[in-house]
Design a protein. Structure first.
Length: 289
C-alpha cells in the first residue's frame, strides 16, 4: 500500500489510494487557495469605510455616501455600491450643509493652494511738501488694495478679515541711523458674501507716511543719508469663517513671515467716534469677475 505523503504514488496504470482521503495538489494551487481564504476573511471583517458620511434630510431620512465634488447648488455623492448622483445641497440638514462647505474649502486648499487667490497693490496720496531751507519735508498717506478671489466651489458668507500692515519708519529725527523702525498697523473688515469664482476688493486703512530730503548744497555732518522716506514693507492677512475657523493666511513678504510673528492680540479697538460708539470695522462688498 502506498503511503502519502512520505512516498509519491505512481499515477499511471494503477489505482491509487490516499490515506485519510488526502489527495495531492500542486503547491502553487494550495498557496493561492489559502491566500484567497485569508483575503475573503479580512474582507468580511472590514469595518465600514471611514469616508462615508451619514447625510440627513429635514425629514430624518439618512444616506451613507462620500462627496465626489461640489458644484453649487449641487453636491455629487457616491454611495457604498458605487453609484454616483447629484443632490441639491439645500435638501440636507444645516450640519450636513456645513460639512459640505468644509469639504469644498479643504478641496480648494489642497488642489489650488488656498481657498483664495490673493493679490495686493500699493496706493498712495500725493505728498505735501514743506521746504525748511535745508531740507524738504514730505507727508502723504499709503495703503494696500487687496483682492480676494474665491477659488472654492461654494459660497462663503460672513467672513472676517484681519490684516497687519508693516511700515518702515525712516526716523527722520535721527539721520545718522541707516535703518528705520518696523511698525505694525492693524485693521479688520468683514465680507458679507462671496460666491464661487467671484472676488471682493477692499482697501486697508491709510497709513501716515513722512520723509525728508536735503536740498542742494546741504549735507549731514555725520555722513547720514540725504534722503529718508517711510515705506510699506508688506501686508499679512488672515481670513476667518463665521465660526471663527481660519480659512487662509497670506503674507506678501517672505522676509516678514520669516522674521515676524502674527500678533493675535492685535485686534482693532472700537472707534469711539463712530456712530453709536460702534466698531470701525470695515465692510467689504464682493463682485463677480
Amino acid at each position: 500500500m502506498i503511503q502519502w505523503p512520505h512516498q509519491r504514488p505512481a499515477l499511471r496504470g494503477c489505482a491509487v489510494h490516499y490515506p485519510s482521503g488526502r489527495r495531492p495538489v500542486r503547491r502553487r494551487t494550495l498557496i493561492l487557495a489559502r491566500w484567497l481564504t485569508l483575503v475573503l476573511a479580512c474582507w468580511v471583517t472590514l469595518p465600514a469605510r471611514a469616508d462615508l458620511h451619514v447625510f440627513t434630510d429635514p425629514q430624518g431620512r439618512t444616506l451613507r455616501a462620500e462627496i465626489q465634488s461640489v458644484a453649487e447648488p449641487d453636491v455629487f455623492l457616491k454611495r457604498a455600491d458605487g453609484q454616483i448622483f447629484d443632490v441639491k445641497i439645500s435638501v440636507f440638514s444645516k450640519a450636513d450643509q456645513e460639512y459640505i462647505r468644509q469639504w469644498a474649502v479643504q478641496s480648494a486648499t489642497q488642489d489650488k493652494g488656498g481657498v483664495f487667490e490673493v493679490t495686493v497693490a500699493q496706493a498712495k496720496t500725493v505728498a505735501s511738501v514743506k521746504n525748511t531751507g535745508a531740507s524738504s519735508e514730505y507727508d502723504w498717506q499709503a495703503w494696500y488694495k487687496v483682492t480676494l478671489h474665491n477659488q472654492s466651489t461654494i459660497t462663503l458668507q460672513q467672513l472676517r478679515v484681519e490684516y497687519q500692515v508693516f511700515k518702515m519708519a525712516a526716523l527722520t529725527d535721527a539721520p545718522q541711523t541707516k535703518t528705520g523702525s518696523l511698525l505694525r498697523i492693524i485693521g479688520t473688515g468683514e465680507v458679507p458674501e462671496i460666491e464661487p469664482d467671484a472676488e471682493v476688493e477692499f482697501e486697508t486703512d491709510k497709513v501716515p507716511m513722512t520723509g525728508s530730503q536735503l536740498n542742494s548744497g546741504w549735507v549731514y555732518s555725520d555722513g547720514g543719508s540725504r534722503m529718508m522716506m517711510d515705506n510699506l514693507q508688506g501686508i499679512w492677512l488672515r481670513v476667518y469663517d463665521l465660526n471663527g475657523n481660519l480659512l487662509q493666511g497670506w503674507c506678501s513678504s517672505v522676509d516678514i513671515k520669516k522674521r515676524q510673528e502674527w500678533d493675535g492680540s492685535a485686534v482693532k479697538a472700537p472707534d469711539k467716534s463712530a456712530p453709536d460708539g460702534g466698531d470701525s470695522t470695515n465692510s467689504f462688498d464682493s463682485g463677480t469677475n
